[in-house]
Design a binder for this molecule. Structure first.
Ligand code: ZN
Length: 136
């Protein structure tokens, strides 16, 4: 048997998807929700994978510092990054397009780095209540 815990985190951010055929090519924002699934080889002495608050503190802390109320910009989207910098906005530059898929992959890497003793099973990013991407 393997027990998994799931911690939900939320943040607000703007983005635009370069090359998108429709409305998502325009700058806009989302209330993103993140669900991180974590397991451990065995439960600790009081029966936990890890305290939920530690996941919030580590991954939630990184999100608060880097993504919350920031604009997520592809490294290839220099005009937008420059415009945002010129008005003093928070910008988080991604190596690829800021899609839910790529944000999930980014957060999976960060979570794996921040929660070293644990197994990060997946990170799900909800761009809207109906649309989500999962990185495993
Ligand atoms: Zn969007």
């Amino acid at each position: 048997m393997r027990t998994i815990i799931i911690r939900r985190l939320e943040f607000d951010a703007g983005h635009r998807v370069l090359g998108h055929e429709g409305k998502c090519r325009h700058p806009h924002g989302h209330r993103y929700a993140v669900e991180i699934e974590v397991s451990a080889p065995e439960l600790d002495s009081i029966g936990r994978v890890i305290d939920f608050s530690i996941v919030k503190e580590l991954l939630g802390g990184w999100i608060d510092e880097n993504l919350d109320h920031a604009f997520l910009v592809s490294v290839e989207d220099e005009p937008l990054a420059e415009a945002l910098h010129s008005v003093g906005s928070n910008v988080y530059t991604m190596m690829n397009n800021p899609t839910a898929e790529n944000i999930a992959a980014l957060l999976l890497l960060k979570a794996t780095d921040l929660l070293r003793d644990l197994m990060v099973e997946s990170v799900t990013v909800y761009e809207t209540p109906n649309c989500r991407a999962v990185a495993r």
